[in-house]
Design a binder for this molecule. Structure first.
Ligand SMILES: Nc1ncnc2c1ncn2[C@@H]1O[C@H](COP(=O)(O)OP(=O)(O)OP(=O)(O)O)[C@@H](O)[C@H]1O
Ligand SMILES: [Mg+2]
Length: 305
């Protein structure tokens, strides 16, 4: 298996990456109504032609950055700014339309199998066999990553202990566990295979404050004990401030700022007062971070082939 050498510094390289999606255009009848209103206002009836078709959304727009080995790198951005698309590109679930992505010098398109072994993606709703127990899920994950039977057993037990799970829960269905604990089991899968790059898409969204802190501590522990490189997306400014070494702020698919939390604050500080990251974000994007519930624009069924 590929092992990065000690002098490898760049864990993830993203170079001028673009990803676009074709989506269904605004329904024709809605366009017609809108345009007929405009036409009436302008006294111009030729405006009534509305075309059925596709619209192109640029979810990731010429994005360039790199993540250093052993770094915790945060990606912040409002709903629809391209965070998850970026994570999906890095985890080889999507291919870029333009640009280059490398993980420890391996091109994600040319060496996708090798790259897959180096990364572990956990999304906001971690994928599990909910009817299976945490232990069964961990063993299944271990075998997928090629860890041998006895080794997988030993590691699964060690992880479950470290997570603070009661022994009786080791074998109860995952669906009976709290979301925070489920999320921790998902992240803990990284301990099994020791992937070198962890891609965490909003791992703490929807967790109560205590579970949130526990998951954050766990992420820090993984970095320290497993020499992991972590790329995390979040809407939580305090979280980004607390755990990230550097943060990229994404807006409409573009990086509008990239620096350490302190560097970002200096960027917009005025009258010598240190702003919060929340204020930095507002100034750079002119937007507030919106909650998931407000997301109305993405309707997967409307996506055209
Ligand atoms: N599979 C897809 N097909 C079509 N459009 C998509 C697809 N995935 C994402 N998009 C669009 O790309 C843009 C970026 O979406 P993405 O999910 O990456 O944003 P996000 O920053 O993760 O948002 P959130 O904070 O809500 O998770 C949005 O406009 C979204 O509607
Ligand atoms: Mg997302």
């Amino acid at each position: 298996m590929f092992k990065p050498t000690n002098n490898t510094q760049v864990a993830v390289l993203v170079d001028d990456v673009v990803k676009q999606f074709n989506v269904a255009a605004v329904p024709v009848w809605r366009k017609l109504i809108r345009r007929s209103h405009q036409a009436a206002e302008n006294g111009n009836s030729t405006e009534l032609k509305a075309r059925r078709g596709k619209e192109v959304i640029t979810a990731v727009d010429h994005v360039t950055f790199n993540v250093q080995q052993n770094e915790i790198f945060g990606v912040l951005g409002p709903n629809g700014s391209g965070k998850s698309t970026l994570i999906r590109l890095l985890s080889t679930l999507l291919l870029p339309d333009q640009g280059r992505i490398e993980v420890f010098g391996l091109d994600i398109e040319k060496n996708d199998m090798q790259v897959k072994r180096l990364i572990n993606r956990v999304s906001v709703d971690a994928a599990f066999f909910k009817k299976l127990s945490p232990k069964e899920n961990l063993l299944y994950g271990a075998r997928l990553y090629g860890v041998s039977g006895p080794e997988a057993n030993r590691k699964a037990k060690e992880i479950l202990k470290r997570l603070g799970l009661r022994e009786s829960s080791y074998t109860s269905p995952m669906e009976d566990m709290s979301r925070g604990m489920q999320q921790k089991v998902a992240i803990a899968r990284a301990f099994l295979s020791q992937p070198i790059v962890l891609l965490l898409d909003e791992p703490t969204t929807g967790l109560d404050p205590r579970s949130k802190l526990e998951v954050q501590a766990f992420i820090n522990e993984l970095r320290d004990t497993h020499n992991a490189t972590i790329l995390i997306t979040t809407h939580d400014m305090n979280e980004a401030d607390a755990i990230c070494d550097r943060i990229a702020i994404l807006d409409e698919g573009k990086i509008v700022a990239l620096d350490t939390p302190d560097g970002l604050k200096k960027l917009v500080s005025h009258n010598g007062q240190t702003p919060s990251l929340e204020e930095v974000f507002m100034q750079l994007t002119g937007k507030e971070l919106v909650e998931k519930d407000d997301l109305t624009d993405f309707v997967p069924e409307k996506v055209l082939a």
